[in-house]
Design a binder for this molecule. Structure first.
Ligand code: EZ4
Ligand code: CO
Length: 403
């Protein structure tokens, strides 16, 4: 019987830091899993090396669910992003191995194809409204069907989501950059630029916006009401979901759809949001929510309540994650949309994915498993791995705000 022979934690920084787990079986089959936790990468790398890899050696790689339960329940300590990302990396690698062993692309093992392509949304941003409008035009001209729009709030340097020099990479500093925040300025400004996007480009595409945890529930309710005529596809993370009940207040006041979950790691973190129908899209991901096994469990629960998937797909989720997400998105009945931010060009030298962007749709390859190859020679060219932090937000009075 095949056994896990080795598991390597691979660090590379092709344009940004990525942590990858590669599991190899005694049959010589390899599987890949993303283990990148933005700003906290080495915590997961050490968790894997010190506490997980020794448990994998000699295990039956076919026992994916059992391995998930073993790592989750065996840790004793519940959930947490470091643990859940480490479990996700193992889980994804084992699914990759199962697909390669079966000679089938992963979506076939997850129930087969439910759709021809995966609807993706891309990012438009600008330091001014004119710059944002140009960026939206660029994406629509390229055939994009869904666009997330973010603009710099006047006077608020470093507003979340705004690219500088064509690139947006929030974890950019050796120590956290501190950015100012004004809820009042944002609430006055954001609805006006979103309105300008609709005025210029109409309603023939999906328009999204990420509030990025910046509002209280009642402020979020006001924002949602203000943008109702713009028919957003969603407002994302209107308030932190530390208290899931907080969304009841938002929901009482607005029909603007809500998406939550990119920073959450388990089914219990979204249970109340889903079962009380407080959100419309759940943004949990393969890499941070315990892998394909656990994410499918979340999406199956969501399906019972007409909540659709809308997985996080920022540049800090590696191409391995994006491939895994695209396979799951292809298979599940209640897929909604997939974020596709894209990666620095160097990442494509290390990770060869068979993913294809075709108009507004992402398509998986028919290669067995995830269909991703890790190029060790290319990774060696990007071996220098230095810690990078996400920014910190401070209100104008100097106190810390949710970033
Ligand atoms: O801030 O991935 O919707 N996307 C986002 C991201 C997150 C980063 C954090 O690592 O909110 O840009
Ligand atoms: Co977000």
């Amino acid at each position: 019987m095949s056994r896990v022979e080795s598991a390597e934690v691979l660090l590379a920084s092709p344009g940004r830091n990525f942590v990858t787990l590669r599991v190899t079986t005694t049959d010589g089959v390899t599987g890949l899993g993303d283990a990148t936790l933005n700003g906290r990468e080495s915590a997961v790398a050490h968790y894997l090396r010190d506490h997980v890899v020794p448990l994998l050696i000699g295990r039956d790689p076919a026992r994916i669910e059992d391995t998930w339960q073993y790592l989750f329940k065996g840790a004793y300590w519940r959930r947490g992003p470091v643990t859940m990302t480490a479990i996700a990396a193992v889980d994804t690698a084992l699914w990759d191995i199962k697909g390669k062993t079966a000679g089938l692309p992963l979506y076939q093992l997850l129930g087969g194809r439910s759709r021809d392509g995966v609807l993706v949304y891309r990012h438009a941003s600008g330091a001014s409204v004119d710059e944002l409008l140009d960026d939206v035009a660029r994406l629509l001209d390229a055939g994009c069907l869904a666009v997330r729009a973010q603009a710099q709030v006047p006077g608020i340097a470093g507003t979340y989501g705004v690219a500088h020099g064509g690139r947006y990479e929030p974890a950019n500093a050796a120590l956290p950059e501190e950015q100012p925040w004004s809820t009042e300025a944002y609430l006055d400004f954001a609805p006006t630029y979103l309105a300008q996007v609709r005025e210029r480009f109409g309603f023939g595409f999906h328009l999204l916006h990420d509030v990025h945890h910046r509002l209280t529930p009642i402020e979020a309710a006001r924002f949602g009401q203000a943008v109702e005529p713009l028919r957003l596809f969603w407002m994302e993370d209107p308030t932190p979901a530390d208290s899931q009940e907080a969304f009841e207040l938002i929901r009482r006041h607005t029909t603007t759809p809500i998406a939550v979950g990119e920073a959450l790691t388990s089914i219990w973190d979204v249970q109340h949001l889903i079962t009380r129908q407080l959100i419309d899209y759940v943004r949990t991901t393969v890499v941070h929510a315990g892998g394909l096994t656990h994410l499918k469990r979340i999406f199956d629960l969501a399906a019972l309540y007409q909540v659709r998937s809308g997985s996080h797909g920022a540049s800090d989720l590696s191409p391995v994650s994006m491939a895994a997400a695209a396979h799951l998105d292809t298979a599940i009945p209640n897929f909604g949309i997939q974020e596709l931010m894209g990666h620095p060009p160097e990442a494509a030298e290390v990770f060869h994915t068979g993913l294809r962007l075709d108009g507004g749709y992402l398509r998986v390859s028919e290669a067995p498993g995830l269909g991703v190859e890790y190029d060790d020679a290319a990774a060696a060219r990007f071996a220098e791995f230095s810690p990078k932090y996400l920014p910190i937000a401070r209100r104008l009075d100097g106190s810390v705000h949710d970033w």
